[in-house]
Design a binder for this molecule. Structure first.
Ligand SMILES: Cc1cc2nc3c(=O)[nH]c(=O)nc-3n(C[C@H](O)[C@H](O)[C@H](O)COP(=O)(O)OP(=O)(O)OC[C@H]3O[C@@H](n4cnc5c(N)ncnc54)[C@H](O)[C@@H]3O)c2cc1C
Length: 302
């Protein structure tokens, strides 16, 4: 099958992009890795495609105080290669799981977040890190926290006349550690279930945030600090990763029961997804805790 006919424009400025977006039936094309298959299968029939790849300011990837700013045409692969992106370790942990190298070479970070596939890795990273989405239209710019951004499967708060012009991720601080894991039948496939984790340790205080994907219409974030505290009471404050993993595994089945709300599909039942989330959460929360603790002690010894 071929795509239905559409008009194509390639503006050179953000002002021209948003002017074009105010025409009815317009759609942004960034890397085309999700949109082109949609067009080819005629699941979407936009009247006009707005190619944003000729707008220089949308390709910016920069560190700004405590943030990493990722412009709309920054490729996923750039974040794997460019040093500045190492300041957000969770992105680096997640990206190898996104499709294949060829997909990441074209696909953009903002495109993945705008597309909002429930099984996609980068929306979960944005939710776990509490990133901020910057939306630009002819009316101006607004900032939306990740927690309010995803509204359903393949749905976000982006209005038809808005461009996701950049995503702002917080840079990792001393005492923070991260974990990421997923299960897919073949490497490069979308995940049946996956988790992104951020743990923060400061002196006696420890908090842990777990974001699950592939198990609901949107990434689901939960505070798992109490489960981590309970596990640390069993192991003591300086456990090996293996001991902490065993202790956490007592608590993660309850977390998984709460977060998995899919009714299941031909790939996996809800019960199987709960088992995956439970195992992945225990593994990645323990990894993130050990890494947070190491990062905190490195910070102290500097
Ligand atoms: C073989 C294959 C395997 C893949 N595997 C995975 C995987 O395992 N995990 C995963 O997460 N993804 C996977 N993908 C999808 C890939 O990550 C895409 O790159 C990504 O989902 C979309 O990014 P894009 O830049 O290609 O966006 P496009 O395809 O250009 O656009 C996707 C959608 O987002 C909208 N959009 C894009 N950019 C913006 C913007 N700046 N503002 C507003 N709207 C915008 C478009 O209008 C369109 O509706 C796979 C793709 C392929 C082809």
């Amino acid at each position: 099958m071929k795509a239905a006919p559409f008009a194509y424009v390639r503006p050179g400025t953000v002002a021209d992009v948003v002017a074009e977006l105010s025409r009815e039936g317009s759609k942004v094309i960034a890397g085309g890795q999700s949109l082109v298959p949609v067009l080819a299968m005629r699941l979407g029939r936009p009247a006009q495609l707005i190619d944003i790849n000729a707008v220089p300011e949308l390709s910016a990837l920069s560190r700004d105080n405590g943030s990493l700013r990722v412009g709309a045409t920054v490729r996923q692969r750039q974040l794997q290669r460019e040093q500045v992106a190492a300041t957000v370790p969770l992105i680096r942990l997640a990206l190898p799981w996104v499709g294949h190298r060829e997909v990441r070479s074209r696909g953009t970070v903002c495109g993945s977040i705008a597309h909002a596939d429930p099984s996609a890795e980068l929306p979960a990273v944005a939710a776990c890190l509490e990133a901020t989405m910057v939306l630009t239209s002819a009316r101006g710019t607004r900032q939306v926290p990740a927690v309010d951004f995803f509204t359903g499967a393949l749905s976000t708060v982006i209005e038809p006349e808005e461009l996701l012009s950049e995503v702002v991720f917080p840079v990792a601080k001393p005492g923070e550690g991260f974990g990421f894991g997923e299960f897919a039948r073949r490497h490069g496939d979308f995940a049946l279930a996956g988790v992104a984790v951020r743990v923060r340790t400061t002196g006696e205080s420890v908090d842990a945030r777990l974001t699950c994907f592939g198990v609901s219409d949107v990434p689901v974030s939960v505070d798992v600090s109490s489960q981590l505290h309970a596990a640390l009471e069993t192991t003591g404050p300086d456990p090996s990763r293996a001991d902490l993993l065993s202790a956490l595994a007592e608590h993660t089945p309850d977390v998984a029961d709460d977060v998995v709300d899919t009714t299941g599909d031909s790939h996996a039942s809800p019960a199987y997804r709960r088992q995956l989330i439970s195992a992945l959460a225990a593994r990645e929360v323990s990894r993130a805790y050990v890494s947070a603790r190491d990062s905190e002690s490195e910070g102290r010894s500097r």
